[in-house]
Design a protein around this ligand. Sequence first.
Ligand SMILES: Cc1cc2nc3c(=O)[nH]c(=O)nc-3n(C[C@H](O)[C@H](O)[C@H](O)COP(=O)(O)OP(=O)(O)OC[C@H]3O[C@@H](n4cnc5c(N)ncnc54)[C@H](O)[C@@H]3O)c2cc1C
Length: 357
Amino acid sequence: MTDVLIAGSGPTGLTLACDLAQRGIAVRVIDRRTEPHRESRGKGLLPGSLEIFQELGVLETLAATGSGSVVLRKYFDGEHINDTPTAAGLLIGQWQIEEALRDRLAELGVRVEYGAELAAITQNEAGVRAELADGTVIGARYLAGCDGGRSTTRKLLGIPFEGSGEEEPAMVLGDVGAPGLSRDVWHQWFTSEGSGILLCPMPGTDSFQLQASPERDEQGEPLPPSLESFQRLFDRHARVPGIRLTDPTWISAWRVNVRMATRIREGRVFLAGDAAHVQPIAGGLGMNTGIQDAAALGRTLAAALTGPAGEEVLDRYQQERLPVAAEVLADTAERYERVRAAVRTPGQGTEVGMERA
Ligand SMILES: Cc1cc2nc3c(=O)[nH]c(=O)nc-3n(C[C@H](O)[C@H](O)[C@H](O)COP(=O)(O)OP(=O)(O)OC[C@H]3O[C@@H](n4cnc5c(N)ncnc54)[C@H](O)[C@@H]3O)c2cc1C
């Protein structure tokens, strides 16, 4: 029997795994993916996450690749309006953060077990029995569900995920090449219609993270994302002739969801990161909140595994993090609305979402 089984090897699960392994606690990490992804996704580490990563011994590796500041270049209806230097915390792709954490975890003697999908959970006073989709059974004293917004763990426990969500994608996303486009600024093109396209140069790569309002058909329905659609959006909004978008390594769509679990502990099972709360990306708080959840859960599990594991100790995590999740949800929903309104004003961009109300 292992001390802690972690379902999910995103930023939350890997941070928790490094924290526990560094304390000498026996941990296993499973992921239903067959291999790591290479998608930029959450690309900004805030100071609180950097502190945690310093403790875990990964900050130096991340700082060697990432960028500590970024200039936002704002255009409106194709015209360059202004440049805003922004302290980014650390700008770096999510896959690179996960890679650094995986490398650190391997140094601590733990490897992520891929192709291992959590499918069923039972628990008693001594521990948790986790069954994988292939029938393998893993016994653990505690289980951490760090398995993302569609969390199997949360669903198996029957924990409601309350809030609201939109059916229609608000944004299309991807990682693309754009040979000839300057890589020293984050380009943000907005239009008087309220639509736009953003291209952020990702450190340590040749690619840009693309974010754009979806293209629509004649009925006004959003079209699925594709390289061809990205190019048409770029030509329409950026109006920079001669730039061809190339080599997509990630193409996706993002929907607004503002939801949180009504509880994040059920006996010996805990939820953390997107499994516990999902929120708009404005302000860059999603991944960062998951990293903070992981640090808090690491403290609770270490206390429970090294001392008397009474209800009071086990409840500490939920007491600390549930109010934070509620606050982050309200805060990011408000930041998102602020950005949506601000980008109709020439010279304003995503920096509006980084400011506190
Ligand atoms: C375009 C974009 C920009 C973003 N920008 C930011 C930003 O600037 N700052 C920020 O903080 N956040 C940002 N985010 C949000 C961020 O990506 C997420 O909050 C983050 O990935 C959540 O991490 P997680 O580890 O909780 O979950 P995930 O990253 O979703 O990882 C969950 C893992 O669990 C695995 N899994 C799922 N089900 C099972 C199962 N049954 N068994 C085993 N494994 C399972 C999955 O394969 C996955 O690897 C952004 C997201 C997008 C899309």
